[in-house]
Design a protein around this ligand. Structure first.
Ligand code: ADP
Ligand code: MG
Length: 842
């Protein structure tokens, strides 16, 4: 009987096909959030329906009990599978304890035992939940299907095929047949929503709210064979300022927004669904410390008044964040399948109409490579129409499109995302993890970029930071960060150090001088298209190449099949850094001529991997040679060799480098954490300097020349590569009175202006005829600023437009170049340096 004022609840008794709570956690945990769960059923109830629920194990033991309301009906969460999201409004203590275990298991940490669970007032007498034998019209029995184990396997994200390798035809495969997906946006959560509203870029580079809901927290992945739970709250953070606007104070960080009010009135919440989930386990030796209200318990102790700056490595494959506490930089633990880093993947879940970030996106990428942006850092700050992007677009499994500014963007789920927007998603994850770690809000950051990033790319990284609500104190070159991490606190007397960084997608080599805490970059170079991915594809190519022809052809026609092979090869490759033998095993990789499934199974020896990748290793050695030559250094002049980046863990890499240099490389550097650690050291120093104390000094060089287009399509270099920063140079440009004069500015080493990265067009209007002095000033972190002085020393009207120009405008710009071509001065590009200039052609 329902008394006056009482809510009539629909009883749901859900019988689970699991024998134990542990099995439920492992196999169904991804469908459960602190604030609710997904119930797979065709007998969905209308949204807003109050329910009382009970989940029981296969033997009838009760697992969860509580009350809630139908938050959202998902008509087809998976093909043929409907379901509904039930948001909790009250749960009993046993249920709360189970939720804590589910969430802790997902975060990869032991369930928090201490402090004890929040006290929960007892639930009212059980709702009239029907026993199975009483199943009747008012009872909705829901048999959840057992999750297939494959749905829970650790799977790799899909990277773009690399230019230098790959099974032939890998990149040409048509996208996977689209799965039937329908469904509406799910909208409940109890986990912190971390993301400002995404938007598509509006005219003029501003950001307009996205036309369709794109909520943004990271949900668990649906186990295969079941429908999934969604956990996002549509975000309502106002749009961030457009690129180019003055970076004002960072907006207040978003905290967990309140859950949307349940549609059912008069339900008194007994347990706040928004329970903070501790994402990291505190080290046993340290007690957790109190924290800012609204944040979970901190893992490390930060004295009051201590300012924390995030040191962020936004890697092509993995991202890391570090903070300086207790006198040392520390990596913030982020649990993922492969260690403690955040996979650099953002995917769009079409069913739930939301973005997935990090590990869930990486898993999603295996099934939906065309909806998952992997390796997108290679596109940051690149013009959509540039040759590089055109080349890359052929190799990416997801569509590369132009954003409204003409920059390369990604189309996911019918939405165009700028690369800064996607990067901001990763930054938000890192920021939130760090905030939980230190127990306070943090707004300031040092962001790292590969040393070869040009001005425009640095601008795009800054924009990503702004969109993530970060005030970026400095854009730091990755090799400098490694040197800082190494040199910090050692009080080194002047050391000349080579930093060799071979990551997932890119290679960087730099010579750095360290004196105490002062870092000076002497020379830098690299290859933006050489990294661990190439090694994976080489192995894949060798193994697939050994298959019979027709099954092989069928395999390489399947993007997903290729990625499964690459993923298995990556695992084997990583194992082979430690062992002599590993196995690649891809069940059902392809089919034989009769249509039967065929596995790809092979034992791989380390020397087989090494034979197939030796030229890649040699190329890194060659680039290193060029960088040393540019610094006029012989290997003997190096005091230390720091080898970082995941792929540098391969013994063959270290061996080849040691053979070339004739000296051992250091093995005491954190190969994959050094960049973030060094950024945290610099962040700390910058705060110290603001307070008038001494901090590390950093002096970097320009990684690629900056110049202007001249008549005939060539380029005149204004600032050369390796010029010490900050740098400042003027160039006389003839103008005619009252007539606008435009010059196109480029960055790169190519001799034809158009083959370099276009930075923008400068328009000058002189009030008399004569030479205008155009000043090119580059900041310590590599950002270009232009200004002009008219004849007679008066300021000149000068406007620098950075949005990409159409072909017609570019042609006009080149045609009207005010300066003639001038032979470059002899020297400088001869020898190895000149011969291998293409290695630096970016
Ligand atoms: P990035 O900075 O580009 O994000 P990382 O420095 O994190 O990349 O390195 C990722 C790359 O390192 C991947 O290609 C991965 O396969 C590779 N990698 C990681 N660990 C090892 C290992 N032990 N041996 C060989 N390669 C590894
Ligand atoms: Mg890296």
């Amino acid at each position: 009987m329902t008394g006056p004022g009482e809510v009539k609840r629909v009883p749901l008794r859900i019988k689970l096909p699991f024998a134990t709570a542990d099995e439920f956690i492992t196999r169904y945990g991804a469908n459960v959030a602190a604030g609710g769960l997904f119930v797979a059923t065709r007998s969905t109830r209308p949204e807003g329906t109050p329910v009382s629920f009970e989940l029981v194990l296969a033997d009838g033991t009760r697992l969860m009990r509580g009350e809630g309301a139908v938050q959202k009906v998902v008509p087809e969460a998976e093909p043929g599978r409907a379901g509904m999201l039930v948001r909790f409004t009250r749960i009993d203590a046993q249920t709360k304890a189970l939720l804590d275990r589910v969430l802790a298991a997902r975060a990869g940490v032991p369930a928090p035992q201490d402090p004890p669970l929040e006290p929960s007032p007892p639930l009212p007498p059980p709702a009239p939940l029907p026993a199975p034998e009483r199943a009747g019209a008012a009872f909705t029995p829901v048999e959840l299907p057992a999750t297939s184990p494959s749905g829970l396997r650790s799977v790799a994200a899909l990277p773009p095929t690399s230019s230098h390798s790959g099974v032939s035809g890998l990149g040409k495969t048509p996208p996977l047949g689209a799965r039937p997906v329908t469904g509406s946006t799910a909208a409940f959560t109890s986990e912190p929503t971390k993301t400002p509203a995404l938007g598509t870029r509006g005219p003029g580079g501003g950001y307009a709210p996205s036309p369709s809901p794109v909520p943004s927290s990271t949900p668990p992945l649906p186990p295969r064979g079941t429908a999934s739970i969604a956990t996002a709250v549509p975000s309502s953070t106002p749009p961030l300022p457009p690129r180019g606007s003055t970076p004002g104070p960072a907006p207040a960080p978003e905290r967990t927004p309140p859950l949307p009010a349940p549609p059912t009135p008069a339900v008194e919440p007994l347990v706040t669904p928004a329970l903070p989930v501790r994402a990291v386990a505190p080290p046993p030796s340290r007690p957790t410390v109190p924290t800012e209200p609204g944040l979970p318990m901190a893992t490390v102790s930060v004295p009051a008044g201590e300012e924390i700056v995030l040191g962020i490595d936004l890697g092509t494959t993995t991202c890391r964040v570090a903070v300086f506490v207790d006198g040392a930089p520390r990596l913030v633990p982020i649990t993922s399948e492969r260690g403690i880093a955040l996979p650099s993947v953002v995917a769009f879940d079409k069913v739930r109409q939301k973005l997935l970030v990090g590990s869930p996106a990486r898993r999603y990428a295996v099934d939906f490579p065309d909806q998952s942006a992997v390796g997108f850092k290679r596109l940051i700050g690149r013009r959509a129409r540039s040759k590089k992007v055109q080349e890359l677009a052929k190799r990416f499994a997801y569509p590369i499109v132009a954003d409204p500014e003409g920059d390369a963007g990604v189309e996911l789920g019918g939405h165009v995302f700028g690369i800064p927007e996607l990067s901001a998603q990763l930054l938000l994850e890192l920021k939130n993890a760090a905030q939980e770690y230190v127990g306070k809000t943090v707004n300031r950051a040092v962001l790292c970029v590969p040393a070869w990033c040009n001005d425009y790319q640095r601008g795009a990284v800054l924009e990503a930071g702004r969109r993530a609500g970060l005030s970026v104190m400095r854009v730091l070159n990755e090799p400098s960060a490694v040197a800082l991490a190494f040199g910090h606190g050692k009080g080194l007397a002047r050391k000349r150090v080579l930093v060799y960084d071979l990551g997932g997608g890119t290679f960087d080599a730099s010579v750095v001088e360290i004196t105490g805490d002062d870092i000076e970059v002497v020379s830098t170079g690299g290859d933006a298209f050489l990294g661990g991915l190439d090694f994976d594809y080489r192995l894949a190519e060798a193994l697939v190449g050994a298959m019979p022809e027709r099954p092989r052809e069928r395999l390489i026609q399947s993007r997903m099949g290729v990625e499964r092979v690459r993923d298995a090869c990556e695992n084997a490759k990583i194992a082979l850094s430690e062992r002599e033998l590993a196995q690649v095993n891809v069940p059902f990789a392809t089919t034989d001529d009769a249509g039967n499934p065929m596995d790809l199974k092979s034992d791989v020896r380390r020397d087989f991997l090494e034979q197939n990748t030796s030229d890649l290793v040699e190329r890194t050695v060659l680039v290193t040679r060029v960088v040393l030559e540019a610094a006029r250094l012989s290997p003997q002049a190096l005091d230390e060799v720091l080898v970082v980046g995941g792929q540098s863990r391969a013994p063959a890499v270290r061996r080849a480098l040691e053979a070339f240099l004739g000296k051992p490389v250091r093995t005491d550097v954190d190969a994959q954490g050094a960049v973030a650690l060094g950024a945290a050291v610099l962040g700390r120093s910058l705060v110290q300097q603001e307070r008038g104390r001494k901090g590390a000094l950093l002096s970097e060089v320009l990684s690629a020349p900056i110049g202007i287009a001249v008549r005939g399509g060539g380029i005149r270099r204004v600032l050369e590569r390796n010029t010490r920063l900050p740098a400042d140079k003027t160039l006389a440009v003839p103008v005619k009175q009252g007539q606008p004069t435009r010059i196109a500015v480029f960055q790169g080493t190519a001799e034809q202006a158009e083959d370099n990265e276009y930075l923008g067009a400068l328009q000058l209007v002189g009030d008399r005829t004569g030479d205008v002095e155009v000043r090119f000033a580059v900041s310590p972190d590599g950002r270009l600023a232009l200004s002009a002085t008219a004849p007679g020393g008066k300021p000149c009207d000068a406007a620098f437009t950075t949005a990409d120009a159409s072909d017609a405008v570019r042609t006009a710009l080149l045609a009207e170049a005010p300066l003639p071509f001038q032979e470059p001065e002899a020297g400088g590009t001869k020898g190895l340096l000149g011969g291998f200039k293409r290695l630096f052609n970016r």
